[in-house]
Design a protein around this ligand. Structure first.
Ligand code: NI
Length: 182
């Protein structure tokens, strides 16, 4: 397994549509998923799409943010090959998102609050799940990468984007004050 370089905003691969994976159970696909896992953990990310490591294939990985029953903090990583999703509700949520390809920055993005997603794992089994909240958000964000879409083109408004420290200072504090005064 290798830690690979992550493509950053401005690299054309991030704007390309990823190709369908035909050899789902091949060693090549396994190696890509292992390298993506190592790269994501090294970068302390919660999701990664293959184009972000310069591989134009429909593969995403993410950490399912569910609290484990065990005391041990096991990190559960899901890898999905050729993923798809559908919304379960028309309701959406605005939340701040980051991306390993846009380090240090956050943007306010609207996403469906509940989705159903599916894809293959590297053994060729179909994974099908319902997700909401952060889990649903991550899947939608990573799926977007496979369409060549970055969150910066989905901002709630153009001004809702900036460096994480400034967002904490000038946006999040305001949101907390607002919610406390209500
Ligand atoms: Ni991203």
């Amino acid at each position: 397994m290798s830690i690979l370089k992550i493509a950053r905003l401005g690299h054309p691969i991030l704007l390309q549509k990823a190709k369908i994976v035909e050899d789902i159970t091949s060693n090549k696909t396994k190696k890509i998923i292992h390298d993506m896992t190592k790269t994501m953990l090294d970068a302390k990310g919660i999701g990664l799409a293959a184009p972000q490591i310069h591989i134009n294939r429909q593969i995403i990985i993410f950490r399912v943010p569910e609290e484990d029953e065990d005391d041990e903090k096991k990190i559960k990583i899901t890898a999905l090959i050729n993923p798809r999703f559908t919304k379960i509700t028309d309701k959406s949520e605005n939340e701040w998102e980051g991306c390993l390809s846009i380090p240090g920055m956050l943007g306010l993005v609207k996403r469906f609050s509940k989705i159903q997603y599916e894809g293959s794992d590297m053994r060729g089994n179909i994974i099908q799940r319902k997700a909401e909240g952060l889990h649903a958000r991550i899947v939608q964000h990573e799926y977007d990468h496979l369409q060549g879409i970055l969150y910066t083109s989905r901002l709630v408004d153009n001004s809702a984007f900036g460096y994480a420290e400034e967002i904490e200072e000038y946006w999040k504090k305001k949101e907390i004050e607002k919610s406390q005064s209500q």
